[in-house]
Design a protein around this ligand. Structure first.
Ligand code: ZN
Ligand code: ZN
Length: 408
């Protein structure tokens, strides 16, 4: 378990670099109930940086699972108004929001996928206003992780002390093993920013992904797309980092311009269920076929959530020399695994990945090619031999990625 001085530094990173809490601001923390010491450290750090109030929302996968197994889908999909209001309150009152995600990747493996899909859909629909605000940076937010025993056992099934090993891996990924992590993070973000800057200057119209697994996918980019690193600017003008760790540079694909096939390179873990070894075929931006050796039903429900989950909402580039990729650990957790590999997402695109996107209406964003949905689901396609070629409007080609690594 991350503890002592390291936990204090961890909490400071999340509050200062992550949500970048400002003096006099409120904070809400969502945290697994068994990790109360992490919530406590975050609360202390928040007051150290001048928070006016810290509120906590406890989560419990065990109780969720018992609910899934015993309550009817009808009752489960009823999302109370007070819950929706309490989320919108955060935006109205200018709170920061930290989510500590420490899911057991197989938590709901004995729950029927239809039941989970119905509840996830109802929840996403009820919270659409809040998630639209989150994705348009109407609030400063950050997702981080801490190890739990159930999760650690899945990552290190043969270890004598899996939680310790997962702690070590997370500390490395968070650069907490370095001296003065706050400075190291600022330097790291500058490197990512310079890559985003390079891509913004190039104005590619298409990217072509190819590897020996069989991926051969041409992805069009939105008109006026902007590449961004994890450091983003919220609507209030203050910068923040929405995911920690983060190694990605990402932008918005055009919702009508994806053609070809992709092969997954890592499992996709969503809602306590695993999809693995899957392929997705696109035609004119839309998914026209898919297959999965594991978790086909789950993948089907994800893709069929709404019209937007049949199209792409993110394209992200990560080199194979990122610390997470180099560790070779499969975390079964998107927050980590997506930072080991180039990835795509189906569902809603970030309005912030289009020029002045936070000031445009959903309709205006759509005209530029931006995808909308109640969901946003990342999955990995990067391999050691992946190549990515950028194609400009004049047809000229630039190799951006060769053998899974940046070549710019
Ligand atoms: Zn991403
Ligand atoms: Zn994403």
């Amino acid at each position: 378990m991350i503890s002592g001085k390291t936990l204090t530094e961890y909490a400071r990173l999340v509050i200062k670099i992550g949500v970048n809490l400002q003096k006099g601001q409120g904070l809400e923390i969502a945290c697994p109930v068994e990790k109360s010491q992490v919530a406590q450290a975050l609360t202390e750090a928040a007051y150290e940086f001048g928070a006016k109030i810290v509120r906590i929302r406890w989560e419990s996968e065990n109780i969720n699972r018992i609910n899934y197994l015993n309550a009817s889908a009808e009752d489960l999909k009823e999302i109370p108004k007070w819950f929706v209001d309490s989320k919108n309150y955060l935006v109205e009152k200018g709170f920061c929001y930290v989510a500590v995600s420490a899911d057991d990747p197989s938590a709901y493996k004995d729950v029927p996928p239809e039941k989970i899909a119905v509840v996830a859909k109802a929840r996403a629909k009820a919270l659409k206003k809040f998630s639209d605000n989150v994705m348009a940076n109407g609030i400063r937010w950050c997702v981080v992780s801490v190890p739990t025993l159930a999760w650690a056992k899945q990552v290190f099934p043969n270890s004598e002390d899996p939680e310790k090993e997962l702690s070590n891996a997370i500390e490395k990924a968070m650069r907490l093993d370095k001296k003065n992590p706050l400075n190291v993070w600022e330097e790291h973000i500058r490197t990512l920013d310079s890559r985003a800057q390079y891509l913004n200057n190039q104005r590619f119209e298409y990217l072509v992904f190819k590897n020996s697994k069989g991926t051969n996918l041409k992805v069009g980019l939105c008109d006026d797309h902007t590449w961004t690193s994890a450091k983003e600017r919220a609507k209030d003008g203050v910068e923040f980092v929405a995911n920690m760790p983060t190694e990605e540079v990402f932008t918005a694909p055009h919702r009508l311009k994806a053609d070809g096939v992709l092969f997954s390179s890592m499992p996709l873990c969503e809602n306590g269920q695993i999809v693995d070894d899957f392929t997705i075929t696109f035609k004119k931006g839309k998914i026209v076929d898919f297959s999965a050796k594991k978790g086909y039903e789950t993948l089907k429900h994800l893709i069929e959530t709404d019209e937007g989950t049949k199209r792409l909402g993110e394209v992200a580039l990560i080199g194979k020399s990122s610390p997470i990729a180099k560790s070779g650990i499969l975390f079964y957790n998107t927050l980590f695994d997506e930072n080991a590999s180039c990835h795509l997402a189906i569902g809603k695109a970030y309005p912030t990945t289009v020029k002045n996107g936070d000031k445009l209406t959903i309709k205006e964003l759509k005209e530029k090619g931006l995808n909308d949905s109640a969901e946003h689901i990342d999955f990995m396609i990067g391999t050691k031999d992946l190549s990515v070629t950028g194609i400009k409007k004049d047809g000229s080609e630039t190799v951006i990625f060769k053998n899974g690594e940046w070549s710019i």
